[in-house]
Design a binder for this molecule. Structure first.
Ligand code: GDP
Length: 534
């Protein structure tokens, strides 16, 4: 049966109820608090605060995590699944700091939508803007939550204007705040004609809601103090006149974002947002792949790796590949084909990430995120299928913007260092280049902070003190072209050549001028700043 809105087959109910999304925000806007409330309402935790508490228990294990805590940033992404009403939510956490944008970018390839959290006093901040641009590249639907309305916030129209202007997206109010700061009493739910009142006393309780028969209902005047009511009614009238009405199709196409106002810490507005994700958020989407796209309703199972996390448990030296299921109904124990190596893989101990713990995933449907423990076979960008040679596309690897040489404090430990660096390279935490003629390794990252994180992880996880030192190079470009031409070029420019962790040739240089020269003098060769993950 065709769905009239999308002109695609209606999905099996188990798939149709899945909502896989990430939260994007500027640090401090309230992403962690909102995540906690999602989990609280999803029944995944009993008390808000557990996400943080769990984070802290984990952090005490290493200085790397200590650093994360000191700087108030979250370095690694994880996935959490929980039910809400008839929906299964898969929330994929994104690292908030800009130095980890590559990881974030890849995380966003694994979701169907994003929730954008903004601080009501600050509006659209730099990191919100950057993350939004990434979502825009993929036309991801965005739902917006304007947080901290219990505090002095900006004018509601100003906030909406700023989003429309800075992000070039239509904004439609799903709710409207009543009162500001100390006077904030709650919101009017425009979509359901309901008044939601905030209870400041109990932060773990759901807000009280009162249904209203339209704006003329006398209950409104009883519940909203007169001095707030007048302004509210004026604003609402203006909003209805000036702002577009909710168009679900436009939301799904990424052209319009509904905005909810609330206060995550007071559990206010969160449920309405969750209802909105269920109702207006997208079902699992078709995945781009070669030689053909993968539709979620296909009965054959497929999925792709978008993140690899090593050493999640230092006692076991394990490595978990995070896999987004692209189609079908996966059952534990299934044998899947690892398309890159054409090898069969029995997936016998996949894990599902629940808020409080990880547990064995007995099954998973298109849209779900599972973790597959492995010994390094699974890499970012890999596709798993039931046999067909499909490759999910669009998971890029960026040329690093900062390069440094990495040396072991003890020169006898070079092999050991190589192993550690290769592991981080596979995890996607850094690019590692082995120069063709000189010894040592050149490590490339997108942000300076990543060097510090790497140095502290190598010391902690491998017992290996290392030094990062400046190199003469500042840019890396992957080199491709006809084999003989590439070889001739590499032989003549040995001092500039290196291999990345996949063995692919990379041209290192200090000058943009050099890159331009190569492009001009060797038209058959291609230097690229991104490489699709193979
Ligand atoms: P993140 O950096 O985006 O994960 O933000 P957090 O969730 O850690 O929140 C940052 C700070 O804002 C914390 O001190 C929170 O307690 C606070 N906060 C979060 N939500 C609200 C809210 O609705 N109102 C107020 N007043 N503070 C909030």
């Amino acid at each position: 049966m065709l769905d009239t809105a999308t002109n695609r087959p209606a999905l099996p109910p188990e798939i149709a109820r899945r909502r896989t999304f990430a939260i994007i925000s500027h640090p401090d806007a309230g992403k962690t608090t909102l995540t906690e409330k999602f989990l609280l309402y999803g029944g995944a935790i009993q008390m808000a605060g557990q996400v943080r508490a769990k984070g802290e228990a984990r952090r005490t294990r290493s200085d790397f995590m200590q650093m994360e805590k000191d700087r108030g940033i979250s370095v690694s992404a994880s996935a959490m699944s929980f039910d809400f009403h008839e929906f299964r939510f898969n929330l994929v956490d994104t690292p908030g700091h800009s130095d980890f944008s590559e990881d974030t970018y890849r995380t966003l390839t694994a979701v169907d939508a994003a929730v954008m959290v903004i601080d009501g006093a600050k509006g659209v901040e730099s990191q919100t803007q950057k993350l939004f641009e990434v979502c825009r590249l993929r036309d991801l639907p965005i739902l917006t939550f304007c947080n901290k309305m219990d505090r002095e916030s900006r004018d509601t129209f100003d906030i909406i204007d700023e989003i429309q202007e800075n992000l070039a997206i239509d904004v439609t109010p799903a709710s409207w705040p009543i009162g500001k700061g100390q006077d904030f009493i709650g919101c009017y739910d425009i979509l359901r004609d309901r008044l939601e009142l905030m209870d400041r006393a109990d932060r773990n309780k759901v807000a009280e809601s009162v249904s209203i028969e339209g704006l003329d209902d006398p209950k409104l005047a009883e519940l909203v103090p007169a001095h707030l009511l007048e302004t509210f009614l004026e604003e609402l009238e203006m909003a209805k006149e000036l702002l577009p009405e909710l168009d679900p199709q436009s939301v799904l196409e990424g052209h319009m974002t509904p905005i909810w106002f609330g206060s995550a810490i007071n559990s206010f507005g969160v449920k309405e947002l969750m209802d909105g994700i269920g109702k207006y958020g997208p079902e699992p989407q078709v995945q781009r792949a070669e030689p053909r796209a993968i539709a979620p309703e296909e009965t054959k199972v497929s999925g792709f790796v978008f993140k690899v996390q090593a050493n999640m448990d230092p006692k076991h030296r394990d490595r978990v590949a995070f896999v987004r299921m692209a189609s079908g109904h996966f059952k534990r124990g299934m044998k899947l084909t690892h398309v890159r190596t054409k090898k069969q893989m029995a997936v016998s101990n996949p894990v599902l990430f629940l808020a409080s713990d990880r547990e064995l995933a007995e099954e998973a449907w298109a849209g779900d995120i599972i973790g597959i423990p492995n010994h390094g076979q699974l890499r970012i960008g890999d596709t798993l299928t039931e046999g067909e040679a499909l490759k999910v596309t669009g998971i890029p690897s960026f040329a690093p913007e900062l390069l440094q040489t990495c040396r072991a404090g003890d020169p006898m430990k070079a092999k050991h260092l190589e192993k550690a660096l290769m592991q981080f390279a596979e995890e996607g935490a850094a690019k590692v280049f082995k120069p063709v003629i000189s010894s040592g390794f050149i490590v490339g990252v997108v942000g300076q902070l990543q060097f510090e994180v790497l140095a502290s992880r190598i010391e902690l996880e491998y017992g290996l003190p290392v030094r990062f030192e400046p190199t003469q190079f500042t840019s890396a470009r992957w080199l491709t072209g006809p084999k003989d031409k590439v070889e001739a070029f590499a032989a003549a420019n040995k001092g500039h050549m290196a291999h990345d962790n996949d063995g692919d040739l990379v041209y290192l240089t200090r000058l943009q001028w050099d890159i331009d020269r190569v492009e001009r003098d060797f038209p058959e060769l291609k230097l690229s700043a991104t490489k699709e993950m193979m």
